[in-house]
Design a protein around this ligand. Sequence first.
Ligand code: ATP
Ligand code: MG
Length: 418
Amino acid sequence: MTAITAPRGTRDILPAESWKWSYIISTASRTMRDFGFSEIHLPIFEHTELFSRGVGETTDIVEKEMYTFTDRGGRSITLRPEATAGVMRAAIENNLCAQGASAKLWSWGPMFRHERPQKGRYRQFYQIDAECLGIAGPMADVEVIALSLELFRRLGLKNLEVVINSVGCEKCRPVYRQKLVEYFSSHKSELCGTCLDRLGRNPLRILDCKNESCGHVADGAPDIFDSLCDECREHFAEVRAGLERLGFTYTVSKRLVRGLDYYTKTAYEILSGDLGAQNAVAGGGRYDNLSSAIGGGKIPGVGFACGLDRVALVMEEQGCSFGERPGVAVYCVAMDDESRGTVQALTHSLRMAGISAECDTAGRGFKAQMRAAGSCRFACIVGADERAGGTVAVKNLADGSQVSVKACDVAGYIGGKL
Ligand code: ATP
Ligand code: MG
């Protein structure tokens, strides 16, 4: 029978890599806490409507990337392609932003998009996500951008570029949209097929096209800043001033529009110089219309999502530190078969005292056990003499010294040296 493999675009994160992911996630967890964000856990599948309404019918995600199926009860279900819509749904459903309250929430986990797999692009990938809900003012945007940049600073990422833009609001975007339609209509022959299609449905997306010819046309497109309403213009100016006050450098790009429909005002992306084509390590922005699009009241929001797979890739390529690979401190070794039970009991007593410890459970010989102990701080060795005397030979594996310690004192002895 042929062996079953993981589906295309998915992969196994094995121990050689997973400890590095744990480091990234624990660094994220600390950073989020330091910024006052609380962790949440949400469903991995939601009603399809949440995304078709919340992300937008004309986005790439909804049009061609979602994993959608009908469940046994006949409901249309989608594996979440992104986190924000689910966070907003949860906030509405659980009244987290009732009576003008705000909520600062973060999460991490798998997302699913049916894309063409390549380096840094998978069909199941992972995001670290932070959302600040209920605050309309620009200070919240600055907090969110600062949070993502502080996370990357703590992780040691270098060569990052912050790109920001404003995509306007429901008042000024229609005016800009019309200007774009007029401009791109006069350059139809230079646009790719996808962009010709976008022209009637979502012309802003043409600005984001990676096709060279479309990019060329987009460079000459009208600037959104000429169309922004006073409120959006002022909001953007305050975000910029706030970033500058915190000492961040950034560039403004009128071509940054992001893939999601619900974005308003601030849009931003953090790019890495070390990722090639898939160069975005995080993206985010403000989404004041998401809540009403999915049936909630008016709850403004701003947030970001960072690609965990891509961050790990860049950290690897830039030689960033992942801290020390975690392992147990003590390995308990049986010199003979008769000592194996005593050794397992000793191992357990160390663990109960809060000391990480391991012993062989596969019946391996003394030499193999000592080899396995190699990466530990101490080996606790038990043979016939130790059993008879109620002692344990404690070997310090850093300097090779060995002492005999009463069995009941081993945890205290080692605990004092770790
Ligand atoms: P891209 O332009 O690379 O397709 P995007 O605009 O679709 O990115 P977002 O929806 O903003 O991405 O998601 C935020 C982050 O999640 C991205 O910056 C990226 O780091 C990561 N990401 C998005 N799609 C994938 C994927 N298929 N595989 C791995 N990481 C991804
Ligand atoms: Mg994408």
